[in-house]
Design a protein around this ligand. Structure first.
Ligand SMILES: Nc1ncnc2c1ncn2[C@@H]1O[C@H](COP(=O)(O)OP(=O)(O)OP(=O)(O)O)[C@@H](O)[C@H]1O
Ligand SMILES: [Mg+2]
Length: 385
């Protein structure tokens, strides 16, 4: 990965910050997610926002984009106080957020996605020709190779992200927030995205870049700010960034403690055996898991790691192969069979596949016990929590 060293605007610089968030506090049902958080962003910088899971990064950015309203605190854009009460106020001020979970309509075209909510018209009619031309212009500036008339469902995740960036640029974005944009990208797609980001920076756009990945922060960031448990811990300029300092700031203790763990040297008996399991794009796979063992399943994006896990769990139909548990062959035809056999599955997309967000934590935890807690088909919600 190439490193791209740029002079970093420091807080002492004479530039006026394009954005200042001061004393931002947000509670969800009385539980604080952010407490008095500050963030200062200069024009033309890539500013990394780091912190562990649940530190409050997405919440802070959703407040900036008008998706949430802060309980306390102030936001200044170009030194002017801005009361961001909804997403359109943020967009009018040139603030755009590309969400952790992408926000495109797959069954619409690229142009329709880019102009959604701000369609160009000629009289009463939509001016499709002008919208396609305008979309083409923005896409070309981003080096995109797909056509504005393509359906978004035919694009890769990386290309869909470019559609979102194009939508932001068309709105004359000056502050672009990207929430973990590379999570689902291959190395090549990541490099492409970095080129786009560097180009946007050259054009003077400030980019707030949320990432857990140290090497990305090195490759891109002029400065980095760290949140921990909803609190602002501090900011570092590019010259001050080191893995040790960042880890210390993010987890609150030095890296030595962080990585030291007892390695279990003698795993127990074989618990799970996967024999020639195949299905979908997964060719026959073998895997053995022993008691007390953690087995890593490594591979590039698209290598089939998730697909293999889903086959074991019965979430997708298998074409061949067997799954054995404690020396007994299992008949798994659905996730229910796997759960009954004592196999759990935590999917990669926690919000879409893992949780019912509108239900309480208690109900989510006990949902897989519905059978035990039902009498003659009626759910006993009380005992479920
Ligand atoms: N809509 C919501 N309702 C209730 N609690 C929420 C909501 N959104 C976030 N939280 C809570 O606020 C805290 C901060 O969450 P947030 O998603 O901002 O963290 P994050 O730093 O983006 O984490 P990650 O790295 O996992 O994306 C967490 O404790 C989370 O559970
Ligand atoms: Mg987040």
């Amino acid at each position: 990965m190439t490193t791209d060293i740029q002079p970093s605007p420091s807080p002492a610089s004479s530039l006026t910050p394009v954005l200042e968030m001061r004393g931002i506090t947000k509670r969800f049902h009385g539980v604080p997610a952010l407490q008095g958080v500050n963030l200062t962003i200069y024009p033309g910088e890539v500013h990394a926002l780091m912190g562990e899971n649940g530190a409050g990064k997405s919440t802070l950015m959703k407040i900036l984009a008008g998706a949430y309203i802060a309980d306390e605190g102030e936001i200044y854009v170009d030194g002017q106080r801005l009361n961001i009460t909804d997403p359109s106020t943020a967009r009018r001020a040139g603030i755009n957020l590309i969400y952790q979970e992408l926000n495109v309509a797959p069954n619409l075209t690229v142009t329709e996605n880019i102009f959604m909510g701000s369609e160009l018209r000629r009289g009463q009619l939509l001016d499709r020709e002008r919208m396609n031309q305008e979309a083409e212009r923005v896409l070309q500036s981003l080096g995109a190779t797909f056509a504005p008339t393509n359906l978004v469902s035919t694009l890769s995740i990386a290309e869909q992200q470019v559609v979102e960036i194009a939508r932001a640029l068309k709105d004359n974005s000056r502050i672009l927030v990207m929430d973990e944009p590379t999570a689902a990208l291959s190395d090549r797609e990541t490099e492409r995205l970095f080129e786009v980001i560097r180009k946007l920076r050259q054009d003077g756009i400030a980019i707030i870049y949320i990432s857990h990945r140290m090497e990305e922060v090195y490759a891109l960031a002029n400065r980095v700010s760290v949140l921990r448990d909803g609190q602002y811990i501090g900011s570092l300029t590019r010259d001050e960034i080191s893995p040790e300092r960042l880890v210390q700031m993010m987890v609150g203790r030095p890296m030595g403690d962080f990585y030291e763990h007892q390695r279990q040297t003698n795993p127990g008996d074989v618990v799970l055996e996967v024999k020639n399991l195949s299905g979908g794009k997964v060719h026959p796979c073998n895997l053995t898991l022993r008691a007390g063992e953690i087995v890593g399943l490594a591979g590039l994006v698209g290598a089939g790691r998730t697909e293999l896990s889903r086959l074991i769990f019965g979430a997708d139909p298998k074409a061949s192969g067997e799954v054995w548990l404690n020396g007994k062959k299992l008949e798994i035809h659905s996730p229910g069979d796997a759960i009954a056999a004592g196999i759990g599955y935590v999917p990669e997309d926690r919000k879409d596949q893992g949780l019912f967000l509108e239900m309480t934590s208690g109900k989510n935890i006990t949902l897989n016990m519905l059978k035990q807690d039902s009498k003659v088909g009626v759910i006993n919600w009380q005992s479920l929590g």
